[in-house]
Design a protein around this ligand. Structure first.
Ligand SMILES: Cc1cc2nc3c(=O)[nH]c(=O)nc-3n(C[C@H](O)[C@H](O)[C@H](O)COP(=O)(O)O)c2cc1C
Ligand code: SF4
Length: 456
């Protein structure tokens, strides 16, 4: 990354005066982040008319306190308190700030939608986070997509013309890999290396991009920060729960086949987001998330407080209602095969454990009767019961033993599948399957990239 030479003072080229929002005066209802979802991207002039100029603070402490009062947590999956990450980097020598828009999870579309429709909210948040930690080196790391990149270049050029930014923003393409958005992997790519997670400490807040203290925030987190800076913590807390305030973007897959990105208040009943009639099970939290039985999901909410006891968490907001005719074991087997191929192969338990889990799941998931299965296995009898027992054991063995959370997330998905689809697994062990529709439901890239060159 290049370091900006000088601080650019914000100045707006618009002739008419811009409204300066009063605290608490933000949109009373949702949506807050995607006001024109499904329609035209918001241009800078419209953005400035709606929200006013970027509310720079001129110093770091104020916005960090506001983020703490708002209770804003990261929307990239781990829900870590934002003020603690800002405070860890504030005042460090030459810090780097990166907006994470890699969105490596194939089932998630919320960051791409946000960057496409409301890029200036993200870019405002990026500038404000950089100001809060005293950084002039800013990057936006985005999913590799030529159209999206061009769109963001235009948005950045609009801001240069309007002199809206304190410091320039460098766009960095994320490799199309599941792990590319993991924060230490991101730091490696931005420094010029491969998209591989870091095996050891120190934390990125101490040594990240090019060895400099680094703040990485998800792009949705930054958009929320931009609104909190304008309308205040009280406004942010007007939706959500007291422990998990605010809203989040969710990517919803309905059993009907409809997929959509929707903003929802934390604490919203899952049944208000997904139509559960006709759902065989519900996937919560994406491919590092967990399956829930439909009646169980019907009583739960979009909040870690209610999901955690069920072994699930909101993650980056991917929710899927599996249609009743689909085999949950077959769906899980496809996803785990993908996740195994996406292992960076740096840690033994992940490198060896994930492919074994994927292979065992594919045996357990074999949908056809014993004769067809025997044919497929070259005459050998596929021992589904042994595969099931191996899976139970291996989920415990890989967990907590990788340098990153990839094996933990994969193990969580497999464990939840064994629990929620236990009756189906019993049928499979007898060579039967209730699935009536073999077409895959959960989205995956056409063919996982396994070539080493694809890591950069
Ligand atoms: C395997 C893995 C993949 C991840 N992929 C992404 C991603 O694509 N986008 C993202 O924002 N965060 C991703 N994360 C989380 C990041 O490591 C990091 O916590 C996050 O970007 C920080 O932003 P936040 O605190 O605003 O959520 C991933 C984490 C793991 C373990
Ligand atoms: S746990 Fe897996 S994905 Fe993570 S660094 Fe180790 S080998 Fe790579």
């Amino acid at each position: 990354m290049t370091s900006p030479a000088a601080l650019a003072h914000p100045r707006f080229s618009l002739t008419e005066p811009l409204p300066v929002p009063a605290p608490g005066a933000g949109p009373a209802q949702l949506p807050r982040l995607l006001p024109r979802h499904g329609a035209v991207p918001v241009r800078l002039t419209d953005h400035l008319r709606a929200y006013g100029p970027v509310p720079y603070r001129g110093r770091s402490g104020h916005l960090i306190r506001e983020a703490a009062a708002a209770g804003l947590t990261g929307r990239g999956g781990a829900a870590f308190p934002v003020h603690r990450k800002l405070a860890a980097v504030a005042g460090a020598p030459e810090p780097v700030v990166i907006g994470n828009g890699a969105e490596g999870e194939p089932a998630s579309n919320k960051d791409k939608s946000l960057l496409w429709i409301s890029p200036h909210l993200v870019l405002d948040g990026l500038q404000l986070a950089a100001e809060a930690v005293g950084s002039l080196t800013i990057g936006l790391y985005v999913h590799r997509n030529p159209r999206l990149l061009r769109h963001l270049q235009v948005a950045l050029a609009e801001r240069v013309d309007a002199r809206a930014d304190r410091a320039p923003v460098e766009l960095i393409e994320a490799p199309s890999r599941f792990l590319a958005g993991e924060a230490s992997s991101l730091a490696s790519v931005v420094t010029g290396g491969a998209a591989l997670p870091r095996l050891k400490d120190p934390r990125l807040s101490e040594r990240g991009v090019a060895g400099r203290p680094t703040l990485v925030q998800n792009v949705e987190t930054l958009a929320h920060l931009a609104l909190i800076a304008r309308y205040g913590a009280g406004w942010f807390r007007a939706v959500g729960t007291s422990a998990e305030p605010g809203s989040m973007l969710t990517t919803l897959y309905q059993a009907s086949g409809r997929a959509d990105v929707t903003e929802a208040a934390l604490g919203t009943p899952l049944a208000d987001l997904l139509s559960l009639a006709g759902a065989g099970a519900v996937l919560v939290g994406g491919y590092h998330g967990a399956w829930l039985a439909t009646p169980e999901a019907a009583g739960l909410r979009l909040s870690n407080a209610t999901l955690r006891p069920a072994g699930a968490f909101v993650g980056a907001g991917v929710l899927a209602a599996l249609p009743a005719g689909r085999c949950g074991l077959a769906e899980t087997a496809r996803v785990v095969r993908y996740l195994a191929l996406e292992s960076a192969g740096q840690c033994g338990p992940c490198f060896n454990g994930l492919p074994r889990m994927a292979a065992a799941l594919s045996v357990l998931a074999l949908p056809e009767g014993p004769r067809a299965a025997r044919r497929g296995m070259g005459g050998r009898w596929p021992d589904r019961a042994a595969a099931r027992a191996d899976l139970e054991r291996w989920t415990g063995l890989v967990e907590g033993r990788g340098a990153c959370h990839h094996p933990d997330g994969t193990a969580r998905l497999v464990r939840s599948a064994l629990r929620v689809f236990a009756a189906e697994a019993g049928l499979h062990c007898r060579g039967q399957c209730t699935g009536t529709e073999a077409r895959p439901f959960l989205p995956l890239p056409p063919e996982p990239a396994i070539d080493a060159a694809d890591w950069s």
